[in-house]
Each structure stands twice: as C-alpha cells, then as structure tokens.
Design a protein around this ligand. Sequence first.
Ligand code: GLA
Ligand code: GLA
Length: 661
Amino acid sequence: MTTHRLTDRLGGLAFGGDYNPEQWDAATWKEDDELMRRAGVNLATVGVFSWALLEPEEGRYAFDWLDAHLDRLHAAGVAVDLATPTASPPPWFTLTHPDALPVTPEGVRLTHGSRDTYCLAAPAYREAARRIAAALAERYADHPAVAMWHVHNEYATPCHCEHTAAAFRSWLLERHGSLDALNEAWGTAFWSQRYGSWEQVQPPRATQWHGNPGRSVDFSRFCSDLALAAYREQRDAIRAHSDLPVTTNFMLPAYQSLDLWAFGREVDLVAVDHYPCAPGVDAAADTAFGADRARSFAGGRPWLLMEQGTNTVYAGDRTLAKEPGDILRHSLGHIARGSEGALFFQWRQSRAGAEFFHSALVPHAGADSRVFREAAATGTAVGRLAELAGSTVRARAAVLHDSDAWWAMDVDGLPSRELDYHGSLRRAHRALWDARVTTDFAHPEQDLSRYRLVLAPALFLLSDAGAANLRAYVEGGGTLLVQPFSGAVDERVQARLGGYPAAPLREALGIRVEEYRPLPADAELALSDGSRARSWSESLRAEGAETVAAYTDGMLAGLPALTRHAFGAGHGWYLSTRLDDASYAALVAALAAATGLGPDVPGLPAAVESVTRRAEDGRRWHVLINHGSDPVALPGPAHDLLTDGPLAELPPGGCAVLRAR
Ligand code: GLA
Ligand code: GLA
C-alpha cells in the first residue's frame, strides 16, 4: 500500500508542508488559498501542535475550526496530512498531571512553555495522547481532504522520572531475564555497583563521575523502544478508524535518540525532516546524507521528505540563508534519492512564537519575495515529476550504520573523543558522494550481498551476529573497509578480549589489533604511501593480510596502518588510523574504482551529481545537479521533465530530470 496510495491520490509527487492556519486570520486564509495554488501545493500537514485548540479542557474537544480548514483545503484541491498534536501537551494537561512532565538527569522537572515537554512513560500522558489520536481518527477518517496520518512530531524527549525508572526496570527484566544477568552484562562488579534488588536499578541520572556504559546504552535502547511503543499505540488507535498510511517524522541528520531501523519497519511510509548544517556544496552533500539514510530506513522503498527549510541552514550559533537556486537543488537532492515529494516547515513564516524567524514558503516579506518566487518555481518543477512516483534507487555501495554503535560511542571513559560516530559516518558517506557513487546505509546484521563495497566507520560496538555477517560478506566476494576502533565491544558494551576487532571479523581482515594508541590533539602522522593521518593509531599485527601502508614514526614505524586481506572470494581492508580528508577520499575513491563503482550516469564532469530512479517496468530517470561553476554539455539530446523540453546543456547550479532512453 503506502506510497502508491499517497501519490495516486495526489496525482504525482507531494509539494507543500506544515500549515498552521490557527496562527492567522480569515483574510490570510483567503490569500493562502491563492498562493498555494500559485505554488502548486498539493499536500499540507495540519494540526502538529494544535492540542490546546483541539482539546481546550480535558475531554472537551473543539473540532469546528479544524473542520473549516479541512473543508477549505479540500475545496482548494489541497490534500491533508493530518497530525496528532501530542508533541505539545496543553497547559491544562501539565497542571493536572505534573507527574507527566519530563525530569532531567539532574532531577529537574521541566515546566510548560516550550514544546516536546512530556514523559513517554507517564500513564496520564500516554492515555491522553491515545485518546486525542482516536478522537481525531474517528472524526476525520472519512473526510475527503485527509490523505495520510502524521503521528506526533520527532519523538525525542528523554526523561529520568520515577515512571521512567519503573518502565526501564521492566524493559531490563525483559532484555536480560534476571538481575544476575543484568549485573553480569553491566559489569557491576566494578566500583561496587552490584544490584541486590530491582528497586535499586535507576535510569542514568546525574552521577558523580563516569556512569556505567552498559546502563547508558541500555537506557538509549529503552528510550527508543518506549517511543516506538507510544507511536504504535497512536497508530493502532488511528487504524481502528482509517486505513490511510500512518507515519511519524524522524529528525535527521544529527539526532540520534531513535533506532530508525526499527521505526522504519513500523511506519507505512518513512518520513524525515532535514536541515543542512553547512552552506554551499556541503549542504548538497548533507542533503544526500540525509536522503540516503531515509531511503535505507525505508528498506529501499519510496519515502517522503516531510520537512526542510526554504531558507534555513543551521550552522552552529547562527542560521544561514540559502543561496539562490538551493530550494530547487535541495528538493531534487531528496527526490533523486527516492523521496516522493518535497515538503517544508512551514507554509507561512510565523509572526509570533518561538520559531518566528524560521524560514517558510511565504516569508514575512510576503509573496513579493525571492523566496516565494523560488518556492513557487520549485512547486511547478515538482509538479512535472509525476511519472517518477513509486520509482526507487539502486545502490551498490553501503555504509554500515547502527544506533547501538552510535549510543556506545557516547559512553563515558573512551580513549579519545576525536573519533566521533556521527562525524565518521558522515565522512564515509561524503567520500562516496565526492566519488559520485550512490550509497545506501546498511545495518551490520543485514544481508549485504548486493553491495560491491561496504564501509564500516566507527563500528565501535559490533554484535557477534554482526561480526559473523561481515565475515560472511567478505568470504562471499564483498570488499569491506573496516575503520579504526571498530568491533571493540560486544552488544553488552564489554570489551572484546584477545585482540580487536571481534574474532570472526578479524579472520576476514587477517589482522589482530593489540593496542589502541590515540594521538595528542595536534599530532600528525605520515604513512608510507604518502597519506597523512591524525587523532588515532593502533598497534596491529598482520595475520594473513598484506600491508598496503605502514606507519613511519615512533614505536609503530614499519608496522601496518592500512591492510588488505584476500579472504574467500572477497577482500577485507583494515584502516587503523584516521586519515585526513584528502587521503581518506583518495582511498575510498580507489576502492570504488577497484570494485567497478562509478556515477549512475557516466561520462559527466565530476562536478555533476547524478542519481537514477528506476520504475519496476524498466523506465528510468536521471536526476542531475551541476555543483560546478561551468556549464556542462549533456551527451545526446534528452528530454528534461523540469522544463518539459529537450536539454543540451546544464548551466552552473542547474538541475535536470532526464527521461532515460
Ligand atoms: C584513580 C583511581 C582508580 C582509577 C584510576 C584510573 O587512580 O583511584 O580507581 O580510577 O584513577 O582512572
Ligand atoms: C523540526 C520540527 C518543526 C520545526 C522545524 C524547524 O523539524 O519538526 O516543528 O521546529 O524543525 O526548526
């Protein structure tokens, strides 16, 4: 079902975004109808933060205002992605149920006044959320405007209260089976942490110094499972009334409070929010990073870009504006990788409230503005891509990604903070993106046989099953590059003994790491092949592998830094240091070339990003984005859907969606 149902219903790809008419007056609604028509909006997400208006007092619903907006949108030809408002409980709720407010690790109970202020383990919150979801579904299941359901918004709030503690204990009992097993798993013999009864076990609240790593990772797993249970509860309440697709939106790229592989299996359609954190070509790379992850969490099926900003780049302590053309380029960056449309937060830039300077399709300046003109032109362009609906993307390279490894790299007491998980994941993807190789993300325990090249950056935690799977992948003919500090601990966050990484993987790599040797912040290393490295080194011994590059300095001089091992029908590579960007990009590009990987559309200059979408019936479309400053001649005349005409040349910054012959 799922995406076909949405795009069939819309008659093409989705364009639009979050719509909050309750912030505006009747004259503005009238203008909205007209501007949405001009911009080609066909899908609006309504009600995300509307709880206080929908249920002004406990148990008393006020739906009339929403009826009016849904009727109006329907009359204007705009379908609705109807949200449950549970990410922002109203003031009355928090006064009536103070025990449902979240508590920080320091024991501070937060108060009303922002959003996302709830405890997912509090029975009163869960019940109220389920009730309002059911009430909305009952009332609007048959409303002709409603095309899909949007549960909650970006599940993420952690809590450390007593409700959470009780739920955590039940989860731990389920996972470990007994208190003895928990003590064993967490290594509580260290520092007198042995638990004598379940009541003694607490969530990771503020501690005097380093907390227990096993508890930390288990708590992250628990929080993700708790959010998934809360999602399922609302989803099932909706399904009792409606068979339309149900989703919840994930925040990418840097949030990591959910196991998105698990969530991906439970939603009818993976939906993500994506805001780049650097301008220019980095934003394009970031877009690809988010979009490739979204597609992978969707199991390769089509997915939906639920939110992006028209003019927002979150760059640390400031929000940068986008460059002219970015609205189209970023939208196509997502669509190229399987998104069934391009949606934004939000339609109209708020006049008041916490995010009043977050960009929108209609900015404060109004429709007579660059942003609205570009947004409307993008809407027109997306409107011409209807035939792409339902098509997918094929990748032959993958980067391994596991929430457990991410959470484990956040624990206290690791040898160096310079090998951060997210940074390593990004760098691996970026190196493939720079080589113009279309890339999936994959879980270390999934079938990898379709990939010619697999990169394993920062796979610090690796389960026994994962290690065996990677070994089998290499044996079966794959090329695997394992990067430093991988396979160091097992699923209980206990160190691998007898040499790193985990034994079955060591066999495939033909090496044994004896010692981690993190480097001082300013130290740089030269390797024998001319590449440069920093941050980290390892003392390792080849056990069958050949040395491709050796260390040249200090006690490691002459010892292997980069190795290759022919194992079964494949090759296991091990990199034991953190190469600088240029050296790492060169290594990844060489591996891509050696495994026969290249751009989806060959023969174009390196500045052109190309991704091919494929329909089941064999039709194909090439999405091209020229990141260079020179025009690029296209080989042979091709039909461009964006301009609905033949295209011979791609200008600097230009995009095309070519129907492949
Ligand atoms: C101190 C403590 C030890 C151990 C070491 C290493 O010396 O007494 O228990 O923690 O530091 O960190
Ligand atoms: C997220 C949220 C939106 C909005 C945007 C912009 O994606 O889902 O409600 O806050 O960020 O910051």
